[in-house]
Design a protein around this ligand. Sequence first.
Ligand code: FAD
Length: 409
Amino acid sequence: MEAVQNVVIVGGGLAGGKTAEALREQGYAGRIDLIAAEDHLPYERPPLSKQYLAGKTPFEEAVLHPESWYRENQVTVHRATRATTIDTAGHRVTLDDGTALPYDKLVLATGSTVRRLPLEGADASNVHYLRTVEDSDRIRDVFGEGRRLTIVGGGWIGLEVAAAAREAGNTVTILEAAELPLVGVLGADIAAVFAELHAAHGVDLRTGVRLARFVTSEGRVVAAELDGGERIETDAVVIGVGVAPAVGLAEQAGLAVDNGVLVDASLRSSDPDVYAVGDIANHDHPVLGRRVRVEHWATALNQPAAAVAALLGGDAWYTELPYFFSDQYELGCEYIGYAPPGSYDRVVVRGDLPGREFVAFWLDDADRIVAAMNVNVWDVVDEIKPLIAGRKSVDADRITDPGVPYAQL
Ligand SMILES: Cc1cc2nc3c(=O)[nH]c(=O)nc-3n(C[C@H](O)[C@H](O)[C@H](O)COP(=O)(O)OP(=O)(O)OC[C@H]3O[C@@H](n4cnc5c(N)ncnc54)[C@H](O)[C@@H]3O)c2cc1C
């Protein structure tokens, strides 16, 4: 194989930044161009709905590397610049400033864009979404004692914003279409833990409701109107109804796309010189034996090293199990594995479910652990990982017995 001399990374989020880092760590000495639509160096988003949103940590703590790192490592960051077209035959990326960059290998890390609600009034000035640091700043501006905040969507983002807003003294209402928040991800028993947590912190959690429209006055939402006409008066709205992979560029380039960019075990797309990492990668996972696209921090953090090893000519597969974490009030949790609805048979719990200190296990019909979540219990992920990756049946009764070490399951 000819030596790789030009690598272009499109997307300046965590996955893009980690790709640049992995290239230098793995000894690549050629040119690196990192194209970042945002006017920032790559940064991590989890604090935007947690410590940063709460005003407890500065933005610098979320930034992956300072400017000096990119200078010292000779990574050219094109900030506030979008890649507009990819010519795979000519091995060239065109940017919105007219520059055309040649590449030997291209890494797509364009991440996700928020889903917008096409509802009457949703374009009002006090309706917010949360993806960028600027979004987080705007939401923090509506925090304050007694100010009414309506959150549409009881997913991770909605719940974390609710927790930060309650701690800031806001009156918070969550509108959720399902019967419980997070029920699609966690199932009813564990989702109920989160519903109770928020109720205990004074959130008005309205489940099984449908939002009909926003009532506006002078360009601002003054109430959220439900199907049936009930109005919830509000000072601001945050919408957190999920994200979609940013695949426009990949589609234009003619890559195989289906719920993200289709990549093999090595994160290589249908074009052998183009890789995809992070939120946009629909990965053929060699351990899970199925395709997964994971919209979480750890994937953006860890996939780049495998993609880089492969693009530099190695024989690397990405084998890490999906992992994520969340923090809400005094509850911290980590989730490892993959258990979409229909993939598991039941959930068993070790520990104190009502006391919110437990580990939950999702079991399939052969009593294999497909996923686990530790809530206010720490340092267990590394012990649980091999149980999931091993894909062997376990004794369900022993799982619930706290006296049995995980290694003996
Ligand atoms: C508020 C918030 C809180 C979160 N909290 C958690 C958490 O607690 N735990 C967890 O596991 N995960 C969390 N996540 C998810 C996690 O942040 C994402 O999975 C991660 O950001 C994905 O990284 P990425 O680099 O793949 O994509 P992104 O972070 O979306 O970055 C992609 C970047 O590419 C840019 N881009 C797109 N198209 C182009 C183009 N054509 N040209 C140039 N640039 C382009 C985008 O502007 C963006 O800056 C959270 C996300 C958000 C928004």
